[in-house]
Design a protein around this ligand. Structure first.
Ligand code: NOJ
Length: 470
């Protein structure tokens, strides 16, 4: 039977400043750690990306034409405060986002704005990023500035995009700057401190009574035991879930860590000779924020299946699309399995839409004070074939359809989910894959910067009109 989406359900497209804008050195933009990190690797650059900095009117026109109701944009902190905490903001950076929001409204595309999408200004990053509490303070100041400056233009805010990936890619897999591996103290401390920064910004937003709503986005991959009947595999899945999901969900909705969460985290930290500090004042701030959160954004692309594992840490990140090369073994946690009877992308991401249904229902059932959920990212990385302007991305259409069906089921079962943002609106730069991993509804020829609607864009347009998942 054809499944349906509600009439007012937002069908949006997602982008991020560093992945879409390009212009990394223009109009007074400050450096971010990625600039040097990528240059050192020498594989690819974030310029020109999709040149959104200059071409956003074209992208917003496409949104209007193809039924994209909302756009996720992030503000590049270092366009506003080039060194993170400058006395005065950079007027050209501030103006760019005013112009961009104006164009969004002209095209009737609602902007959903994230304040931090992996791009802390370099000056603060060098001093320890969110491991340093000065960054927490600087973030709150930057957030407050944006809430005030763009009041009336933006009503939908998110503080952070994906806390676990920021912390784990920086300090566990080493795929994000500063490229540190297996430092569990830093991973977990960074997650906690980012949640504190989120809380501070959200509390300011509410205290000052800015118009609009504010939430946070987490990457929430559902963890299952590889062998459902094995107690050891169940435990591995539980520990993996605590580390990347439950720790953050507790912080978000409860403002504190439940006893079982804390015990699991301590067990993982002990196995890795690591420790963290959580002062009581942080909990006070986080609890206040938890009671004021407007919505949760869920990013989900894949689920994972964990097997019990007693060895050392061992990770190979598949950043090239060579299927079958991923390794993810965490000491004191478990091992993620990839070679399974479940379809997966060339980057070994297991396609499992039920994981999205299960995660939505888990939030609904375990955190009864949640108010609203948006699926803020979901989509399929694919090496699209471009044939004379035609891009036949049938696997992507299938992927989106299956995940929207899972969302539709969750809504039927009582979850308050009000929108879905496809990652990505157009093809953008990918942090660890550069330009060969495409996600967009619109194909970007990165040389000419011309945009071409893919088959999925035509499918989307029809979906937007009919709301039927065909
Ligand atoms: C999550 C991130 O928010 C985004 O920046 C990234 O490119 C996509 N996932 C795809 O990996």
């Amino acid at each position: 039977m054809t499944k349906l989406l509600p009439k007012n359900f937002v069908l949006g497209g997602a982008t991020a400043a560093y992945q879409a804008e390009g212009a990394t050195k223009e109009d007074g933009k400050g450096k971010v750690a990625w600039d040097d990190f990528l240059e050192k690797q020498g594989r690819f650059k974030a310029d020109p990306a999709s040149d959104f900095y200059h071409r956003y009117p074209e992208d917003l026109e496409l949104c209007e034409k193809f039924g994209v109701d909302g756009i996720r944009i992030s503000i590049a902190w270092s366009r506003i405060f080039p060194n993170g905490n400058d006395q005065e903001p950079n007027p050209l950076g501030v103006k760019f986002y005013h112009d961009l929001f104006k164009e969004c409204h002209k095209r009737q595309v609602e902007p959903y704005v994230t304040l931090h999408h992996f791009d802390t200004p370099d000056t603060l990053h060098k001093e320890g990023d969110f491991l340093n509490l000065d960054t927490v303070e600087a973030f709150a100041r930057y957030a407050d500035f944006c809430f005030k400056e763009y009041e009336g233009e933006v009503t939908k805010w998110f503080t952070f995009n994906e806390v676990w990936p920021v912390s784990s890619c920086q300090y566990l897999t080493g795929t994000f700057p500063p490229g540190i591996r297996f430092d569990y103290s830093k991973v977990v401390q960074s997650m906690h401190n980012i949640m504190l920064a989120h809380a501070r910004a959200l509390n300011l937003f509410k205290e000052k009574g800015y118009a609009g709503q504010c939430g946070i986005i987490h990457s929430l991959e559902t963890k299952y035991p590889y062998n459902r009947d094995s107690i050891d595999d169940q435990r591995a899945a539980e520990l993996a879930d605590t580390l990347s999901n439950k720790f953050l969900l507790d912080a978000t909705f409860l403002g504190e860590y439940q006893e079982a969460t804390w015990n699991n985290i301590q067990e993982i930290l002990r196995s890795n000779d690591a420790h963290i500090e959580v002062p009581y004042e942080d909990i006070v701030e986080m609890k206040q924020a938890a009671s004021q959160l407007d919505y949760l954004g869920i990013n989900q692309y894949q689920s994972s299946f964990f097997r019990s594992y007693k060895g050392d840490n061992d990770i190979h990140h598949n950043g090239t699309g060579e299927k079958g090369t991923s390794v993810f073994k965490l000491k004191g946690v478990g091992e993620a399995m990839f070679d399974m009877a479940i379809p997966r992308t060339d980057w070994d991401w297991l396609i499992y839409p039920k994981g999205l249904y299960d995660m939505i229902m888990r939030v609904k059932n375990d955190y009864r004070n949640y108010k609203e959920i948006f699926i803020t990212e979901n989509g399929m990385g694919y090496k699209d074939d471009f044939e004379d302007g035609v891009i036949n991305d049938t696997p992507r259409i299938e992927y989106i359809k299956q995940h929207l069906e899972a969302v539709s089921d969750a809504i039927r079962d009582g979850a308050n989910v009000n929108g879905y943002f496809l990652w990505s609106l157009m093809d953008v730069f990918s942090w660890s894959n550069g330009y060969n991993k495409r996600y967009g509804l619109f194909y970007v020829d990165f040389e000419s910067q011309q945009r071409y609607p893919k088959q999925s864009a035509y499918w989307w347009k029809e979906l937007h009109q009919t709301r039927e998942l065909k």
